[in-house]
Write a protein that binds this ligand. Structure first.
Ligand SMILES: Nc1ncnc2c1ncn2[C@@H]1O[C@H](COP(=O)(O)OP(=O)(O)OP(=O)(O)O)[C@@H](O)[C@H]1O
Ligand SMILES: [Zn+2]
Ligand SMILES: [Zn+2]
Length: 802
């Protein structure tokens, strides 16, 4: 019985988790492998798909259609990642093909040209048949006949040809001149004798060329090693001593060279953590750890020394960070320790850079991978350790399909590879800390700062009282201003944070109360100073700043609230000599801008770093002795069960930037809710107390982690269509649920209209519902037959219920 290929097709309107059956053309029979992409006829079209398996029988009655072409010479997903895709589809209620696409490097989605390169393994006949002109050839299945494709696949599998990828955009392979010589050592020696005395530089170059390896060496390296100028090298080229050929180089996504570092001497707490982790590494145990270490306790050093042990064991390591663009210091520290072995993956890289890094991982040249969320899918082999820094960060959860959490994927891969997973944070997520309490993770505590430096002293400033007392500026309290001035006098540095979450500066008419809103979304437009424009932060809509109220024609329409630019202007007026660096989405839009600003601050080219939440994490600047939080509680009012947790985490993290070196740190938190427990406990930096308090609140409110949660959302341009769909879905869900489950809604979402669409939601909280999964699978399938324009989303363990 002939083999039949099972293919997941990529047809957005006809998605299913069941593969379709296709006949395999005879020539491809032995060459096709799971994980390869193919094109297949589907209806009247030809579509692409991924082979996920083989079978010998099929339910399908008629004549099977055949696979048209294979797109890959080797599987783009290895067996591990194929299994992972299935698991991801199961647990996130996404389609398998969506999961696979999420996992593939962007490179494979971009237009790439593949070239097949002959190697010396080829027999003369093979060479004659497949490479008649001796050169590499393009692999373009639309131009090659099936026999040739099958033949090439076979050669590839036998390792007789290699494949290179060429990204079609301008960021293709980068080259530098490389030097080779076709002269024999003796010829070079003769030449050297003849020039020795009159041209010592040329002689030096000839000496170097005698020891030149077979492969091309970068010209810069030759020039440096032989101590000659490029003019001497070009002269040698004209004399025929050497040849210059383009040599492929990797783009280095690190602009600055990093100084290598060596392991630090660990303190007792760090040592205990490293011992526990590395025991699991060497014994190849899928054991999971929570490193709960206060800010500045040296968690990074624990990660680095644990990674080093994994590398010694011949294994590789994956280190996840929340957002690479925001954490250049962390990336640099890893690079400083492991140098060329490090690959960095993130969306801020150009296509070409991503391609280079991916290729280095794929070839096994990079054994330490640092990356943000999607790096959790990197095709790393022989994983010996996975680290997730700042594990509480919400950016680890993807907010579109598949709605996965990188932490879950990391734990899955740890199990697959028999390697430990380390979750680290000064403020672990409630879920993680609760799991550690249950014994699912081993808790490793770093309770002290390095060298027993004290945690900063935190002052809470009641802004209600402040505003009553003095008429001045409403952004800065008197004690905070005094403290800033004090730091300026002592030549120390200040970090000021303006919390932008749940907050915006909007236009409001003081006469009629009219608020300028986005015509597409249900939220107010945000006032921007430079350029002066009103902007919607959800859909990007822009319009001119009004001078009269569109509602009552009053001229008293003003902006309300505070933006970083406005605060900068106000602060500069109050402290004319202060050098202020502003860091927000506007000042960091350009590539590398974030790192540049941080470098400036690190070199003390500025006294004050003023920024949004992006300055709260990971910064390690010894000269910062004061941290000010201008508005601690803007997020507390959000209809989000994690509002307190987020506020506590943010305040603790940003406070942790102060006093990390010899000089002690101080923190001022300005708030309108000075008695709120999240703020009070941030004052004492007492995570454990916060955990207990917040767990109690969650227990009372039946929230995660006491309950599991599913959020279902329906959206449509017509509000009634969205609402109706939500009621129908709810009816279906109810049938599968016991009366123990708690259902919230249907309700319009907190921001009910975004990008011209209305959003309705239902939240299900449950403990044990064996039928729920089947019902949700049905909803996912049924969403294919939904009215035009209706989108249904299923989010397991949503980050919020808003
Ligand atoms: N064993 C050690 N001896 C001396 N200095 C150390 C040691 N371990 C770490 N450090 C230094 O202490 C500082 C704080 O360490 P690190 O940034 O790793 O803290 P962290 O726990 O990651 O803090 P945060 O959660 O605030 O980012 C760094 O400057 C680091 O170089
Ligand atoms: Zn008005
Ligand atoms: Zn909008």
């Amino acid at each position: 019985m002939a083999q039949i290929a099972q293919v997941l097709v990529d047809v957005p309107t006809m998605q299913t988790n069941d593969p379709y059956s296709y006949a395999i053309p005879d020539q491809l029979a032995d060459q096709l492998q799971p994980g390869m992409r193919v094109t297949v006829p589907f209806g009247h079209r030809v579509v692409s798909g991924v082979v996920v398996g083989f079978t010998t029988s099929t339910q399908y009655e008629g004549q099977l259609k055949s696979i048209r072409a294979v797109l890959d010479l080797a599987p783009v997903l290895n067996p591990e990642l194929q299994q992972l895709a299935d698991w991801l589809a199961q647990t996130t209620y996404a389609f398998r093909i969506t999961c696979i696409q999420t996992m593939l490097p962007n490179l494979l989605k971009a237009s790439v040209e593949r070239q097949i390169v002959p190697t010396n393994e080829l027999t003369a006949t093979e060479r004659a048949v497949y490479f008649p002109d001796g050169a590499a050839r393009d692999f373009d299945t639309s131009k090659l006949d099936t026999d040739t494709v099958a033949g090439l696949l076979k050669l590839r599998r036998a390792g007789k040809v290699t494949v290179t990828y060429q990204v079609k955009d301008k960021a293709s392979v980068k080259t530098t001149p490389g030097i080779t010589t076709s002269l024999a050592p003796q010829q070079l020696e003769d030449l050297k004798q003849s020039v020795a005395t009159r041209a010592p530089k040329q002689a030096a170059l000839l000496t170097y060329l005698q020891a030149l390896p077979d492969h091309p060496v970068p010209q810069a390296k030759v020039a440096h090693a032989a101590g000659v100028s490029s003019a001497v090298i070009r002269g040698a080229e004209t004399k025929g001593w050497l040849k210059r050929t383009p040599l492929e180089v990797y783009r280095d996504p690190f602009q600055q060279p990093v100084k290598p570092t060596t392991p630090l001497r660990l303190n007792a707490e760090q040592q205990a953590a490293v011992d526990a982790i590395t025991t699991a590494v060497t014994q190849r145990q899928a054991k999971n750890f929570l490193v709960e270490g206060v800010t500045g306790s040296g968690k990074t050093e624990v990660y680095l020394q644990s990674i080093a042990v994994a590398l010694q064991q011949g294994r590789s390591a994956l280190m996840l960070v929340p957002e690479i663009a925001l954490t250049p210091q962390m990336t640099n520290r890893v690079k400083a320790r492991f140098g060329q072995r490090v690959a960095v993956l993130h969306s801020g890289l150009s296509k070409g850079e991503q391609y280079d890094e991916w290729r280095r991982i794929d070839r096994g040249e990079a054994t330490v991978v640092v990356g943000a969320r999607s790096a959790v899918f990197a095709p790393i082999q022989h994983l010996g350790l996975i680290i997730m820094d700042e594990e509480h960060e919400s950016s680890y959860k993807q907010d579109e399909n598949p709605r996965y959490h990188a932490r879950d994927v990391a734990l899955w891969r740890g199990k697959y590879h028999d390697c430990p997973v380390v979750l680290g944070s000064a403020t672990p997520s409630l879920e993680t800390r609760a799991r550690a309490a249950k014994g699912l993770y081993t808790r490793l505590v770093l309770a002290h700062r390095i060298n027993d430096r004290p945690l900063p002293t935190v002052h809470i400033i009641d802004m209600r009282a402040e505003l009553k007392q003095h008429q001045g500026d409403d952004d800065f309290s008197a004690p905070l201003l005094t403290a800033i001035q004090d730091r300026l006098d002592r030549h120390e540095q200040v970090v000021l944070m303006l919390n932008r979450r749940g907050f915006s500066s909007f236009m409001m008419c003081r006469d009629c109360g009219f608020v300028l809103k986005c015509p597409n979304c249900d939220i107010s437009l945000t006032y921007h100073v430079n350029p002066r424009v009103m902007k919607c932060h959800y859909c990007g809509h822009e319009e001119a700043v009004p001078t009269v109220c569109p509602n009552c024609r009053s001229r008293k329409i003003r902006y309300y609230g505070t933006g970083t630019q406005k605060v900068e202007t106000a602060l500069q007026k109050l402290l004319p000599t202060a050098r202020i660096l502003r860091m927000d989405v506007d000042s960091t839009r350009r590539k590398g801008a974030h790192e540049k600003l941080l470098n400036q601050f690190g070199q003390h080219d500025a006294d004050i770093l003023l920024g949004t939440q992006m300055i709260a994490k990971g910064l390690d600047f010894p000269n910062v002795t004061l941290v000010g939080v201008l508005n601690a509680d803007t997020a507390l009012g959000l209809p989000d069960f994690r509002a307190s947790e987020r506020t506590f985490q943010l305040l603790t993290q940003v406070s942790g930037r102060a006093g990390r070196a010899e000089k002690p740190g101080e923190v001022y938190i300005q708030t309108f809710n000075p008695d709120h427990y999240a703020i009070q406990l941030a004052r004492t930096q007492d995570y454990e107390r916060f955990f207990v308090t917040e767990m109690h609140m969650r227990h009372q409110g039946n929230y995660p982690p006491y309950y599991y949660a599913i959020q279902l959302t329906a959206s449509h341009e017509d509000e009634s269509v969205a609402a109706k769909a939500m009621y129908q879905i709810l009816a279906a869900v109810k049938q599968g649920l016991s009366d123990q489950a708690i259902i919230l809604g249907p309700t319009p979402k907190a921001i009910a209209r975004v990008k011209r669409k209305y959003y309705y939601q239902v939240v299900i909280k449950y403990k044990h519902e064996p039928h729920l999964k089947a019902v949700l699978d049905q909803i996912r399938q049924g969403s294919q037959r939904a009215p035009r324009g209706l989108a249904v989303a299923i989010d397991a363990e949503p980050m919020n219920f808003m």
